[in-house]
Design a protein around this ligand. Sequence first.
Ligand code: HEM
Length: 128
Amino acid sequence: MATHAAFMPGEAAAAPSGLWSWITTVDHKRIGILYGTSAFIFFLVGGIEALIMRLQLAAPDNTLVGAQRFNELFTMHGTTMVFLAIMPMSAAFFNYMIRSRSARGTWPSPGSTPSPTGSSSPAPCSCT
Ligand code: HEM
């Protein structure tokens, strides 16, 4: 898939800017930042859900939320934290770092042979 438009010599590429450049980005570092930002927002949402549960449990026979609503908060807090905060946060780090490290050959990957100098050379293909 082509990710760069062809330009005539001397013609400046009109790079998208602002919000649109973030929505349409194919830059792995920016995608990592987007993952991290949304994970942090959901971490706050999960925290608010935990806070409401804590307030309900702070006093006996509290009536802040009913039993049904408490169960919903319990489910949504766990789901929010695990699937919308912790897992995307790991994706944030993977997207931000892995491509640049493997391209430099400082991390092992199927296409590169790590070396102490950081240079990478393609591994000999053993396929037939
Ligand atoms: C990595 C994921 C999670 C994080 C970071 C997290 C974080 C927190 C925090 C900071 C509190 C407030 C603690 C307090 O008020 O004493 C809390 C409360 C709570 N969490 Fe989580 N949580 C996570 C996953 C889960 C899961 C998977 C469940 C259950 C399915 C769960 C159930 C609860 C419940 C029931 C409370 C209220 C307990 C209480 O306040 O006495 N949490 N959580």
